[in-house]
Design a protein around this ligand. Structure first.
Ligand code: CA
Ligand code: ZN
Length: 237
């Protein structure tokens, strides 16, 4: 879930900590870089389209209670992310300022009531406009409504959403496309596997609804590999 990154970008771009420029990101974009493919899309719209093949990304939490709540949902996804070639680990507790990028390569997790104003929606964003589009972590704000009984969310959608937002912070965007050719990219309009499984990054929700809930679908893994490829294409090893 989560609002489109374009809207989030507009929100984030208003804060002063952003020193990277859109111009820089555009200059870095060349024919050697790929921003989207079959069932995946990168967050080039906010200037993040690569991820370090060597540095470690750390998921941190604003409180110990949040770590206890969310970390278990990452287990299977983290195995897949590591298998794709990205170094990522679960970290500890640290202060989170939702208007600032956190420490380098931290994906900071916190929780608010309706963080984008829309009932049921959560938010995940990379720290935007990075040199060479190289992700340096980001922010995840889960909607506290999932836990207080005010918003029903199925077990599968909850699990998938928790992982989906982290992948946003790593540089994956919604891969929705106008499959039916009606001129509008619609909610849930995403490619699917032969079993009908859409990317976990599909908006407003995707992923498996079986015991594989919370796992990336192969489309999402391809997106992560594209982030790595875009780093290497720019000489980042
Ligand atoms: Ca359509
Ligand atoms: Zn989303």
């Amino acid at each position: 879930m989560g609002r489109t990154l374009g809207v989030i970008a507009a929100t984030i771009a208003a804060v002063t900590f952003l020193t990277g420029s859109q111009a820089t990101a555009q200059q870095a974009t060349s024919s050697t870089l790929t921003m989207q493919g079959y069932g995946w899309k990168l967050t080039d719209i906010v200037g993040v389209y690569a991820i370090s093949p060597s540095e470690t990304y750390t998921i941190t939490f604003e409180t110990a209670a949040m770590k206890a709540r969310y970390a278990p949902y990452y287990t299977e996804a983290l195995k897949q992310i590591r298998d794709a070639g990205i170094h990522i680990e679960i970290g500890g507790v640290e202060p989170v300022d939702i208007n600032q990028c956190g420490p380098k390569n931290h994906i900071q997790v916190t929780e608010r009531y309706r963080p984008v104003g829309t009932p049921g929606w959560s938010k995940g964003v990379p720290c935007p406009w990075q040199p060479q589009g190289l992700g340096r972590g980001g922010l995840v704000i889960y909607n506290s409504e999932y836990w207080d009984g005010s918003w029903y969310i199925s077990k599968a959608n909850l699990h998938n959403t928790i992982v989906h937002e982290v992948l946003h912070a790593m540089g994956l965007n919604h891969p929705n496309v106008d499959l039916d050719g009606d001129g509008t990219v619609e909610p849930y309009e995403c490619v699917a596997t032969s079993y009908g499984n859409k990317p976990i990054m599909c908006s407003p929700s995707g992923g498996y609804h079986t015991s594989n809930m919370g796992k990336l679908v192969h489309f999402d893994v391809s997106g992560l590999k594209a982030l790595l490829a875009n780093a290497r294409a720019q000489g980042i090893s």
